[in-house]
Design a protein around this ligand. Structure first.
Ligand code: ADP
Ligand code: ZN
Length: 733
């Protein structure tokens, strides 16, 4: 619809607003005065309550509500608008993930405080009026002298500097000898300096930088930066950042998988560019969120580093996107809007028409397939920086070299640990199981402790003295009596978790300093930073941890990595089990021997002949990946085919099953589209809700979303039933 016609249109005075709720589309409101442009934040009534939304383009739908019945906008907020790019992004993500656009918009409003008037304070300096010093008291003269430097200060600061009471300062303000200006409380961010010199790059790194720079400034262009662990990928993409920062007002987004690992990154960034980046993650306080959001929206902040939600920040002039550790599965959001941050980052870059760099030592198959298709550029680093060699890997065949019963460290690994500690070096033990033991059962009656809400065992956390469900968080004190047969002290544990492993290490190496790193102990970025600093300072001899330790860290003295149960990840048997296990083992191995000291990796496995293990041990990554991807191709699985998972949940098992069956019955048959299921989900009950799954597989040409939308169009859910669609699913539990 042509805008200029609006003046005569009966639509005049009517404007569409998208609200951050799960509504079908936009709602119309009446306005008086000047038409608020699309992108403006507005306050409007919804069911009698004031809510904040964004003026949206008219969706071209017929609107039955006549203008006279429309509710009026309360207020157009004086905050920066949501740009056209962001509005397109919201629509795109909503469309792709089959989510209500309001739910996506909500993610763009990650700081409610930023949409309120910014808090201000008064700052004072010398006024324009002057007065004969002879007429001033000594205290007043003291103040005027103190503020002679022209700096802005609060009343309190001024009084303190002059060594007088605040009343004296107020007196001078009344006289006009001191004048105030109103300033927002949020400090501006320091600008990173692109001209600060970086380290001297190796020839290989220089070549990679040249390849990157070749495409910078040429619009949308994805580039995969693949480099072995410790090759200097970060240094290389820092050069790309420096180049883009040269463009005035340009903004850069760096996505990292988990914020826990960013502290080393933040320090490196600050060293390289002389100013810290803007951070964005769930651990930020309200004031910091407001400050970051507003600084991005006003274009004053240049670079933000964050977890996946940083994608939805209000960039004013986005010029470069970097996704580090792009293979990491934590980029997939598994709640609310189910999106993959790496994939949506590609979309965001495309909308902004800017380059995007995907960096990893173990590229995802999705990215490898895109390289294969010629869609992504490919830049590689094959050598570790500083002549460090990649660690040696060897398997410990647990079928013949197992640990004594009730123990988890094989004699070979114990020997290697002894030698490492003897040399004054550090070791890391990787076991991807939180808590003390994964299973608790009764010796008398055999009862297994299960979560009352989920099909899952309760995991003992001995340090906290409770049993906990890792799926819903339900926890109970460790019972003294078996809840089933009532026997006292009859409960026993099966299998190891990191806490139990730590106990074993403590018995074997009582004088070694140990540190357990899991999401249970790394409760905040500050805690994580503290742990990392302790390791870097050599205050830790043995690090014991879950997958949180596999990522990105650089510890110069760490030379031995022990993988306690390498087979664990392969047991789930889902589509990506092999890929994920391979990436995880390669990443954790990559923590060893990153500087002068040679690294060794010992992998405890019961299946050394499994293709993943064999490839890892032979160092034949390419062959393994080629084979695994060929298999995906044969079965038309991602990244060659497309999947969508449909999860039906509800409090009543029979109704859940009935709805799942009805969905299957209604499924319109299409060529090249297969529907699997319905079947009870492996995690058959979660949070007290029963779960059934269907899986849809199509070729790459089929419009998966349209297919699902028309299939689901007439599906009615009642009685607490829910149907959740997950496009490109990563979880099959
Ligand atoms: P990656 O991200 O590939 O694992 P990093 O960028 O973390 O590698 O580099 C590994 C280590 O080597 C870091 O401590 C980094 O500072 C150092 N490093 C890499 N390249 C250089 C260089 N050109 N000059 C100095 N130090 C470097
Ligand atoms: Zn549970």
């Amino acid at each position: 619809m042509a805008r200029e016609l609006n003046f005569f249109d009966e639509q005049d005075g009517r404007v569409s607003v998208l609200l951050p709720f799960a509504l079908k589309g936009v709602l119309d409101y009446r306005f008086s005065g000047e038409r608020p442009e699309p992108g403006r934040f507005v306050r409007v009534p919804l069911a009698g309550r004031p809510v904040t939304g964004v003026v949206w383009e008219n969706q071209g739908e017929e609107n039955e509500v006549s203008s006279s019945k429309l509710k009026a906008i309360y207020e157009v907020l004086k905050v920066p608008s949501l740009t056209g790019e962001q509005r397109r992004f919201v629509e795109w993500v909503a469309n792709y993930t089959i989510s209500p656009p309001g739910n996506v918009l909500k993610m763009c409003m990650g700081s409610p405080e930023a949409l309120k008037p910014l808090p201000t304070r008064m700052l004072y300096s010398k006024g324009r009026r002057a007065m004969d010093p002879a007429r001033l008291t000594p205290a007043r003269l003291q103040v005027l002298e103190a503020i002679d430097d022209g700096k802005l200060r609060t009343i309190k600061e001024t009084a303190k500097k002059a060594g007088v009471s605040e009343a004296v300062v107020r007196g001078l303000i009344k006289l006009g000898l001191i004048e105030g200006v109103e300033q927002t409380r949020d400090r501006p961010y320091l600008a990173p300096d692109p001209n600060k010199k970086g380290p001297a790059l190796t020839e290989e790194q220089k070549k990679a930088v040249a390849d990157l720079k070749n495409v910078l400034g040429k619009g949308f262009q994805p580039l995969a930066l693949e480099g072995v662990t410790g090759s200097g990928k970060t240094e290389v993409y820092f050069e790309a950042i420096a180049e883009i920062l040269q463009q005035p007002d340009s903004q850069i987004l760096v996505l990292l998988p988990e914020i826990a690992l960013t502290n080393q990154w933040l320090d490196r960034f600050e060293n390289r560019f002389g100013a810290p980046p803007v951070e964005w993650h769930s651990d930020l306080g309200k004031a910091e969120r407001r400050r970051a959001w507003r600084a991005m929206a006003s274009g004053k902040a240049r670079l933000v580093v964050g977890a996946r939600s940083a994608l939805f920040l209000p960039f004013k002039k986005l010029k470069l996107v970097i996704v580090d550790e792009e293979h990491d599965s934590s980029f997939k959001q598994e709640e609310g809007v189910l999106y993959h941050a790496r994939d949506m980052a590609l979309v965001r870059a495309q909308i902004a028409e800017c380059p995007i760099i995907l960096s990893s030592a173990t590229l995802s198959y999705e990215t490898l397939a895109n390289i294969e298709r010629g869609r992504f550029g490919h830049v590689t680093l094959k050598h570790r920086y500083g002549g460090a060699s990649l660690p040696d890997l060897s398997a410990i065949d647990m079928r013949t070299r197992a640990a004594p019963s009730g123990h988890w460290l094989s004699p070979d690994l114990v020997e290697a640990l002894t030698a490492t500690l003897g040399r004054g070096e550090q070791a890391m033990l990787f076991l991807n199981r939180r808590g003390y033991a994964p299973l608790t059962l009764c010796r008398t009656c055999g009862e297994r402790m299960e979560c009352p809400n989920c099909t899952a065992w309760m995991v003992e956390h001995r340090l906290r003295r409770y049993l906990m469900c890792h799926h819903c968080g339900h926890s109970v004190p460790i019972p003294k009596f078996c809840p089933e047969c009532g026997h006292e002290d009859s409960l026993t544990v099966c299998g190891p978790g990191v806490e139990r492993l730590e106990e074993e290490v403590a018995n074997l190496f009582p004088s070694a300093k140990r540190l357990v790193m899991t999401s249970d102990t790394m409760t905040s970025p500050a805690r994580a930073a503290e742990m990392v600093a302790r390791i870097a300072a050599g205050e830790v001899d043995i690090i014991i941890g879950t997958q949180v330790i596999t990522k990105g860290y650089h510890f110069p003295k760490l030379t031995l990595v022990g993988v306690i149960d390498a087979d664990l990840g392969l047991k789930g048997g889902d589509l990506r089990a092999a890929e994920r296990t391979y990436q995880q083992l390669e990443q954790v191995a990559g923590r060893a021997g990153r500087e002068k000291l040679k690294g060794h990796v010992l992998v405890q496995t019961y299946m050394p002949d499994n293709p993943v293990m064999a490839a890892l041990l032979a160092g034949d990554k390419e062959a393994f990946i080629r084979e695994d991807m060929a298999e995906r191709k044969t079965f038309n699985m991602p990244p060659y085919g497309r999947l969508a998972s449909i999860l039906v949940t509800g409090p009543d098992l029979r109704k859940v099953e009935a709805l799942a069956r009805e969905l299957a019955r209604r499924f319109p048959k299409h060529q090249g589209v297969s529907l699997f299921g319905p079947a009870q989900a492996p995690l058959a009950r979660l949070h007290g809700r029963y779960r059934y799954r269907l899986l849809l597989k199509t070729g790459r040409k089929t419009h998966l979303q349209n297919l699902i939308r028309s299939w689901m169009k007439d599906v009615k859910t009642s009685g607490g039933l829910k149907v959740k669609v997950d496009i490109d699913p990563y979880s099959f539990l």
